[in-house]
Design a protein around this ligand. Sequence first.
Ligand SMILES: Cc1cc2nc3c(=O)[nH]c(=O)nc-3n(C[C@H](O)[C@H](O)[C@H](O)COP(=O)(O)OP(=O)(O)OC[C@H]3O[C@@H](n4cnc5c(N)ncnc54)[C@H](O)[C@@H]3O)c2cc1C
Length: 505
Amino acid sequence: MNHIAIVGGGACGVAVFVDLFHQIGLSGKPAAFTIHWFEEDKTFGKGLAFGTDQPGHILNTQAELMGIFPEEPDHFTQWLQDKGGKANQAVKGEGDLEERYTSRNFYGAYLREQMELYLSNAEKLGLKVIQYQQRVEKIDLEAGKYHISTNEGKTACPVDKVILAVGTPKPNKFRELRSNEQYIDFPWPSERILRKHKEHAEIGILGCSLSAIDTVITLLDNDFAGQIYLFSPDGLMPKVQPVENKNIERKYLTLSNLNRWKRERTQPIPVKLLFRWFIQELEAITGNPVGADSLNRIGVPAYQLLERDIEWAENGEDPVVNLAYSLRYEASAIWDALSVNEKTKFKKWFGPHWAINRHGMPLHNAYKLKQAFDEGQLKVVPFFENLDQIEGKAGFVLKTADDAVYEVGLLINATGSPGALNQMENPLISHLLEKKLIKSHPVGGAVVNPRTMQLLSPAGGNGIFAVGHLVNGMLMDVNAVWFNVKTVRNLTQEILFRILDGNND
Ligand SMILES: Cc1cc2nc3c(=O)[nH]c(=O)nc-3n(C[C@H](O)[C@H](O)[C@H](O)COP(=O)(O)OP(=O)(O)OC[C@H]3O[C@@H](n4cnc5c(N)ncnc54)[C@H](O)[C@@H]3O)c2cc1C
């Protein structure tokens, strides 16, 4: 019997399970496999992203990219069509159905429906699947087998392969604030915010990316009438996604130019060259010279930028956003072509600017934020430098580099998930690091073979695989279902190939 363990029952865990079913089914040997599936939450098929109870928390990706099966990104749109299409209350936005967004918990319902369908298909096929509602705390390699220990003790049988789909753990920054009841260390689940928000006139949110916007939506949708501040060193809010992505014919920043450049010089690509090509593309799109400084938005008031971004999104006219989206399917190959040094430089020099263009907010949310700005309820505070707890009373003082001082009663950490493994709050990851069954990558996440998704480490053997945020350094788009689903296919085919010694074609 071949035992395969999946740790994590979020979107990636479901994608791994349904594709393992697919590959094992194709092998014609279902009886030779047992899948052991672990999820610490009481419900499989939710995860952090799609387990929210807030109907106002919507997808950040259009429906056409949310299918859970490889090669079928539009499967979710078809499912939506069967659920009433545009008329369904959970569907938000404008344009064709595939260009719209749903509430994230409705996407969670899609995940669970696929999971249930394939659990019953597995039973019919004779593929044994055991689900454990338990937190995996340790994995140890002994005599070529992986022994799993959970919060309920050691599991009965060791396994041959382990797939880590543990998602996006919360940051372990500002730990010193955790004893303060008015500090919330992660925006999800929302009920922790909603137990307190109405007690305060000023609420501070650390961060101003998509996680922070989610937190603002939680407050606005639950009748918070006080002042909301977003604190961040650069004050850069995500741009706004156009309803329809304009197709851009690129001339400079292309995979063939990239390959020619490398072939002629046998050197890794310098990130400065990518930036030069990016600017040349923009100049070709706009027909005007583009100065690097003109792309820098740091210090420009966020509400002002949002107004322009909404206009651009409504007309699909933002050349930088259109260019970033046109690179969607090639970005990971370009990222792969960069050395560790150049990846580190990219993150330092361009990381925040790339993120706000590549991971924009839906127009639906942009309108909500604009109204809050217009009513004076929302303020983005750039150049945030430090914070202190107020002596003898609940609350926090936050200071900026330009000497502005703010006092808030409630503080929410929405700085998003950390990139480095040792910054991630997950006992299993800490155990694997300590036992050298996982190795940190200098750019972030774990060292992985990007073609097979097998983790490479001093003591992990060759049976641990990973998908999603855990490999955020070596792979670029791990915060997108469409990308993770593609990597899942590499992983499941590799596992079956190994187990069946290549007799799985
Ligand atoms: C708020 C938010 C919104 C997002 N919106 C989108 C979007 O609209 N579109 C998109 O494509 N991507 C979105 N993402 C990115 C998302 O992270 C990825 O799409 C990812 O695929 C999510 O699935 P996951 O399974 O990796 O992670 P998660 O959803 O975090 O699931 C991981 C699961 O593993 C479980 N787990 C973790 N450790 C253990 C353990 N030791 N033992 C047992 N169980 C464990 C957790 O309980 C959790 O259920 C969003 C992310 C966040 C945080």
